[in-house]
Write a protein that binds this ligand. Sequence first.
Ligand SMILES: [Zn+2]
Length: 434
Amino acid sequence: MLMRSAWQLPFSIISLHNTVSRDIDMGQPDQPTSEVTTPGWLSNQVERGLHASWAVGRLLDHAVGLGASDLFVSAQEERWVVTVRHLGLIRPVCDLTPPVGLHCAAHLRAEAALDIAEHRKPQDGRWVHRTPAGKILDLRVSALPTLHGEDVSVRLLDRETSLLRLDQVGLLPTDLQRLRKLLENPGGLILMTGPIGAGKSTTLYACLQYLNDGTRRIHTLEDPIEYAIDNLHQSQVNPKHGVHFPDLLRCIIRQGPDVIMIGEIRDSETARTAVSAANSGHLVLATLHAPRAAGSVASMLAFGVEPHFLATSMIGAVSQRLVRTFCPKCRFPLGGVNSPGDPPTSTQTAALGCPACHYTGFGRQTALFEVMEMTPALRELVRNRETTQAIEAQAHREGMTGFRHAAEALVARGLTEMGEIERRIPRDCLQAGH
Ligand SMILES: [Zn+2]
């Protein structure tokens, strides 16, 4: 249960909160939630004659109002379940009766131009939705056959708020400086790693925005294109029509680009072409699945890239994880427990939850980073196929700050708590480095 309400907390904390932040409007903890979350409400409205498109609109507006990143409509044995992903965690929205769930799923499929008659194969498509407030959202819809019917997931991409500048993504000042220095290289390969949903695309777009000053020809190769950006030459792979990553990449190289962004390296040929493009003087930015920055080397070698070519082309790797930060409306200092030099603790700041954060105590997410800059010693380790541990240890010796350092800095600034860090970042990532 994510809801935190005042009466679930010890009296002492409530009193302390009242003394330190009387000016904060806490609202009413039992304030009614949106009608969409009222059990049976949405199904009743549709069964009384309102169209499924209306119900889908309400669900999307609810998800946007929460600031959710995804909306899920999933068939279960006797009902359909609607959930959202909000600040990285799943939250329930409502249940739908099977006929209403089916109609809503069919409407989502139709709007995203999926084949309505095809229920046995996974499908994906896109759709643009305008909210009542005029906000435009790019929706990526994916339908997956499941045991009881299907799961429809909708990724919500807000054109206005999702593009961040490099200094807004959460980099520590030293890492920001390090990443800018990497981007200012005329050529070389920079790898962005981390699990799905860690915000890699946001950082990648922020890097492109930084480079997009009119002096460089920037090509992107995406699947799918997430945001349209002025002055960029963006291309999308289209496997249905035989346009795959390696073909598109080879064609882009012939276009004379300065910078190439590869949405994701997911096959040997793309990995090798990316390395050769970087070696021939292009700046190549690419995302890659690897748990940490140093692990990107092993992932590239697993794609069959020659260690020598990787060592000469790679200039850096960035890894990231997202954590939630306290809601600025209800965050308050617990005060006085730490003296300078003490290790930061979770007792410095807390948040009780308020209407603005839907009583979760958390307002948004920020990223924690590792930025590894290649050095002669690191290149030598790559050339010799050394282990990820050896590469990581050397990177730390040469000044790379680890996730633990970034996490402690965030807690020390009172922006989140260690509990949240430990929930979201694997233990081994936090143990590594300093
Ligand atoms: Zn709040």
